[in-house]
Design a protein around this ligand. Structure first.
Ligand code: PSV
Ligand code: MN
Ligand code: MN
Length: 427
């Protein structure tokens, strides 16, 4: 099998002169505002985000799925595509696995292949929200919260297996999202279901290898439409606080009721030392899993503003694990990931453009308009040359999507990857 990774530089040569002029003129304008372009470029280069293994194939909805040619058929092929995303963005050196969707038969071999491609592994994700072929007991009525101890045992054992695989791959965290809940009042005990979840989590937590963390991910509804056991950040925080220092909360940007002030949730979790990580995406209505920054870029910027503040304040517990969690229904999955990383880098750059001294002074003096304008000044700056420069210095592409299209990678893979079936992701 040939691996033909796109050359990050090939498509950039023609655009390099324009880029240099754009960058220098922006650097000069920022200098007048007392900001150093180089500092922002360095901050963007520090930003890394994991690519989930399940996002390399076309996603779907419960109504259908429209896969494209050349999609990866195996986990090794998914890694190849993930390596392309990293090569073109310089920002995705790790892959997150979801088990059993992507359970490696030979973790050592997979780790070696990943290393050859310049990749490592980030948080592993367990899955007790679906029944798998040959599974003894059903999760139809829950997993960690199930009234039957045997089902809970099976779900805990699965999570212990995920930790084992993750350890073999060099991962250092497990993310647990539970679909557990009820569709109708009376279906489950609201209190006991939560206690059972905590008991099961305690068992997984106790088995964490040294240096590992456990992330609890909440979600208000879907598939449970009346009451989800871990439905909000308060429930997630309760769990993490009960478990101990190595348990933290994971915020998925799509897992909030409409109009929730997500940046405030982030600030609260940061304040409690419990912000473990993110699943980036965007949404219009619910857990839509759209491209980050496609619907509410200002909200994404405000989330990054809180993350930048946490870094500037050197919060001791601040070691966030960032991952993309999107469903690429219509766009080419690799292109969508490239676009996503670009949007995240852009939000990151803009958040570093905030004049923090001025903001603090306006907050102190109660100047509401100027405080807001300080944030808007950063958000409304065209930071694209900074992000392109960060990628250029990392040996990645000025414009990753353009580089990918110019490379003809998908066409090459379409010829190679025939006859495979890629798993659907419809959540
Ligand atoms: C659930 O909606 C979720 O956001 C969780 O993170 C899952 O692990 C992921 O999607 C994959 O379905
Ligand atoms: Mn998620
Ligand atoms: Mn989700």
């Amino acid at each position: 099998m040939t691996i033909a990774p796109p050359d990050a530089r090939a498509a950039d040569d023609a655009a390099l002169d324009d880029h240099r002029r754009d960058y220098e003129s922006l650097a000069e304008r920022l200098d007048r505002r007392g900001l150093r372009a180089d500092d922002v470029v360095d901050a963007v280069r520090r930003f890394e985000v994991a690519v989930p293994s399940w996002a390399l194939g076309t996603g779907g909805t419960r109504f259908g799925r429209f896969p494209g040619p050349g999609e990866p058929r195996t986990l090794d092929e998914k890694l190849e595509d993930a390596a392309v995303v990293h090569r073109l963005t310089g920002a995705t050196p790790r892959v997150s696995l979801h088990l059993p969707w992507d359970d490696p038969r030979d973790p050592d071999a997979l780790k070696a292949h990943a290393a050859q491609l310049g990749l490592g592994f980030d948080a592993v994700n367990s899955n007790t929200f679906q029944d798998q072929q040959g599974q003894r007991l059903s999760y139809k009525l829950g997993s960690f919260s199930h009234p039957d101890a045997a089902v809970r045992r099976q779900a805990v054992d699965h999570n212990l297996h995920v930790v084992e695989v993750g350890r073999a791959l060099g991962a250092e965290a497990i993310t647990i999202w539970l679909a557990d809940g009820s569709n109708y009042p009376g279906q489950m005990s609201l209190r006991r279901s939560f206690d059972r979840v905590l008991d099961c989590l305690r068992e997984v937590y106790a088995a964490l290898p040294a240096g590992w963390r456990l992330f609890t991910e909440h979600k208000p509804y879907e598939p449970a439409f009346y009451a989800t056991v871990v439905q909000d950040w308060g429930s997630s925080l309760l769990l993490a606080q009960s478990l101990g220092d190595r348990a933290q909360c994971l915020v998925d940007l799509g897992h909030h009721l409409p109009n929730t002030n997500i940046e405030m949730v982030v600030a609260r979790l940061l304040g409690a030392g419990k912000l473990g990580g993110f699943h980036f995406n965007d949404s219009k209505y619910g857990d839509d899993d759209l491209t980050a920054g496609s619907i509410k870029p200002y909200a994404l910027f405000l989330v990054f503003h809180e993350l930048v503040l946490a870094e500037r304040d050197r919060l001791p517990s601040f070691r966030p694990a960032y991952m993309i969690d999107q469903s690429h229904n219509l766009k080419d999955p690799v292109e969508d990931l490239l676009q996503t990383v670009d949007q995240l880098q852009l939000a990151c750059a803009k958040a570093w453009l905030v004049d923090h001294d001025a903001l603090a002074a306006h907050q102190e003096s109660g100047d509401v308009l100027m405080a807001e304008r300080t944030l808007k000044d950063a958000f409304e700056t065209d930071a694209r040359p900074l992000v392109a420069e960060a990628r250029r210095r990392a040996g990645a592409a000025l414009d990753p999507v353009r580089a990918f299209r110019t490379s003809g990678y998908r066409a090459t893979k379409s010829a190679e990857r025939v006859g495979g079936i890629v798993e659907a992701r419809g959540l």
